[in-house]
Ligand binder design. Structure first.
Ligand SMILES: Nc1ncnc2c1ncn2[C@@H]1O[C@H](COP(=O)(O)OP(=O)(O)O)[C@@H](O)[C@H]1O
Ligand SMILES: [Mg+2]
Length: 302
């Protein structure tokens, strides 16, 4: 019988309320079911993030080391198997098996003790993310992946109402600027396969490659929308612009467009906060500010 880690139970109760608690309560039975159905034995300590229970397992049949990943099936997690299949192990973890009704995944085992978070120089880590993103987003999104164009349109509809709930005038202005930037690019939302959540904790090492991406919440869209995690993680206000420039160089992105999609990503976070009764994150407002020094941006229109 598996003990669900307390951190996962707490995160699920907070993020998903009753549905999260029901998911956590059902996890021991679900895990036992898949160990049996896929002929696996548990061979390590359960791991987790905020969404998933990840069990190190070995295939009884052929001794393959893998992990069993169980998470609440929702619109963010639903695309994970399709994305991993499209990447086919190129820079991303290999998908070994998938159960459609529950979303259970059997994944190639990587080395969880070697995480990009542990690389001492954040700038080196940012370059690793950039190179991963360059390859991952070179893949066109497969059918059925959520579309950034739809998400962007809904964000623009939600913004006016959300802004009325922001008391701080500076924050309101910054978010209005983010929405204006998004409006300029929303008509060309892109069609690449995006990871959406490529922060340093979602990159692990393995023997077959130095760094491999895990845990996508995939979207079909513009790669500029994928830059925010590496700006916000291991945050350093003075380094925001340097990281942004380094990533746009490696990915060969048009800077004004990448900036607009990054501001759109900040708006996405802020809308989520505001609609959940919280304030926009001050760190995100700082990132917007650091990307908005007008003198350093070429004008898009005369
Ligand atoms: N393929 C894997 N091999 C080894 N460890 C893994 C693998 N996938 C996930 N993990 C471990 O489980 C943790 C949570 O998994 P992750 O897919 O990131 O889910 P979450 O959405 O909860 O963050 C990771 O931080 C890592 O420590
Ligand atoms: Mg994760």
């Amino acid at each position: 019988m598996i003990d669900v880690p307390h951190g996962l139970a707490a995160a699920q109760a907070k993020a998903n309320g009753d549905a999260g608690q029901a998911f956590v309560a059902a996890l021991p039975t679900l895990a036992a079911q898949f160990l049996q159905r896929w002929d696996l034995r548990l061979d390590g300590t359960p791991m987790h993030g905020r969404c998933a229970l990840v069990l190190p397992v070995t295939s009884t049949a052929d001794g393959t080391h893998a992990v069993l990943k169980l998470q609440l099936l929702d619109e963010e997690s639903a695309g994970e198997p399709a994305a991993l299949r499209a990447w086919a192990g190129e820079r991303a973890v290999r998908l070994l098996r998938h159960d459609e009704p529950t979303g259970a995944l059997l994944l190639e085992r990587l080395d969880p003790t070697r995480m990009l978070t542990h690389v001492p120089d954040p700038h080196e880590a940012v370059l690793v993310i950039a190179r991963l993103l360059a390859d991952l987003t070179a893949t066109p999104a497969p059918a059925g992946i959520r579309r950034l164009g739809d998400i962007a349109a809904r964000m623009l509809e939600r913004t006016p109402q959300a802004l009325t709930r922001v008391e701080d005038a500076t924050a309101r202005r910054v978010l209005a600027d983010c929405a204006a930037a998004l409006r300029e690019v929303a008509g060309e939302p892109g069609d690449r396969l995006l990871h959406w959540d490529l922060h340093f904790g979602n990159v692990l090492a393995a023997d077959r490659a130095p760094w491999i991406a895990i845990d996508p919440k995939p979207l079909a869209g513009d790669p500029g929308f994928d830059l925010w995690p590496a700006l916000a993680n291991r945050f350093d206000a003075a380094d925001v612009r340097r990281r942004f420039d380094a990533m746009t160089d490696v990915l060969s992105l048009d800077r004004p467009r990448a900036r607009a999609w990054t501001l759109a990503r900040l708006l996405q976070n802020a809308l989520w906060n505001i609609e959940n009764g919280a304030r926009p994150a001050s760190q995100d407002l700082e990132i917007a500010h650091r990307l908005s020094d007008d003198r350093t941006w070429p004008r898009r229109r005369p």
